[in-house]
Design a protein around this ligand. Structure first.
Ligand SMILES: NC(=O)C1=CN([C@@H]2O[C@H](COP(=O)(O)OP(=O)(O)OC[C@H]3O[C@@H](n4cnc5c(N)ncnc54)[C@H](O)[C@@H]3O)[C@@H](O)[C@H]2O)C=CC1
Ligand SMILES: CC(=O)C(C)=O
Length: 255
């Protein structure tokens, strides 16, 4: 992709699933990568496999000092920061009537507050020379899902936050875009694929009749930071195999 050779990127949540696929594709484009994640063992394994080109930093996206350290590491090791992919996330949603407030707060903290902290520090490191940021939201930002209120609310927050950041950072030549994946086969969604009835219900609604592979979310994410997307800013790219058109199945029957 245009302009990527020799760039430096930070990827939060890069030890698994979509984030890891982004890391692999960045390394293929000769981009140096600094990964922030909680999974120390996986970070060590990645560092060993891609010696010198990928650096792992144990970082919790809800900790401002961890995020600052992550960004500082990229600048110290590789001299600059050009791209950032804010991917870390989880889903501790549940029935609203029964949802423990702690689970609600954990979800919003990681999914939404983590994106704020990451974007803030990444953009501060980019503001002299410009750059590009991709925030991973979800189709749930547009379409509600039974028992997914905390996650969906936080992901909708990520989408509008991304547009606000694009507005504020344009003067620094930093583009900020959101990617909204549909169903992707990763450890996060493993339980969906273990429940046959649930899987069938999803497939009835997804016109492509399949979940995405992580690489199918990573590739459009890389496109958005590349020079090929130089006039794309503040947008939301839905990558869902046309699922948004049909809406979520009635999961209450299967959970
Ligand atoms: N898998 C799917 O169907 C979809 C996923 N997404 C979003 O894509 C992103 C990546 O998800 P997946 O790759 O599916 O999940 P995953 O579970 O495979 O990977 C998530 C990564 O984030 C890390 N992480 C979790 N909490 C963290 C924290 N507080 N600080 C730092 N790292 C943390 C985990 O250790 C893990 O490596 C998430 O934001 C998720 O909400 C969005 C739409 C669909
Ligand atoms: C769309 C989404 O975020 C899922 C299925 O986790």
């Amino acid at each position: 992709m245009k302009g990527m050779d020799g760039k430096v990127a930070v990827v939060t949540g890069g030890a698994s699933g979509i984030g890891y696929s982004i890391v692999e594709q960045l390394l293929d484009q000769n981009v140096k990568v600094v990964i922030g994640d909680l999974n120390e063992d996986k970070l060590k394994e990645i560092e060993e496999n891609f010696s010198g080109n990928a650096v792992g930093v144990v970082a919790n996206v809800t900790s401002e000092s961890d995020i600052k350290n992550l960004v500082d590491t990229a600048v110290e090791k590789f001299g600059k920061l050009d791209y950032a992919f804010n991917v870390a996330g989880l889903n501790k949603s549940g029935k609203i009537l029964e949802q423990p407030y702690e689970d609600w707060k954990t979800t919003v903290d990681i999914v939404l507050n983590g994106i704020f902290l990451s974007t803030k520090h990444e953009a501060n490191a980019m503001k002299e020379n410009g750059g590009a940021i991709v925030n991973i939201s979800s189709l749930n930002a547009h379409v509600p899902m039974f028992y997914g209120a905390a996650y969906a609310s936080a992901k909708a927050g990520v989408e509008i936050f991304t547009k606000n950041a694009a507005l504020e950072f344009a003067e620094h030549k930093i583009r900020v875009n959101a990617v909204l994946p549909g169903l992707v086969k990763t450890p996060l969604t493993a339980s969906f694929f273990e429940n046959e009835a649930l899987q069938e219900a999803f497939m009835e609604r997804i016109p492509e009749k399949r979940a995405a592979e992580p690489s199918e979310i990573a590739a459009p994410s890389l496109f958005l930071v590349s020079d090929d997307a130089s006039y794309i800013n503040g947008t939301s790219l839905v990558v869902d195999g046309a699922w948004e058109i049909t809406g979520y199945p009635d999961l209450s029957k299967h959970m």
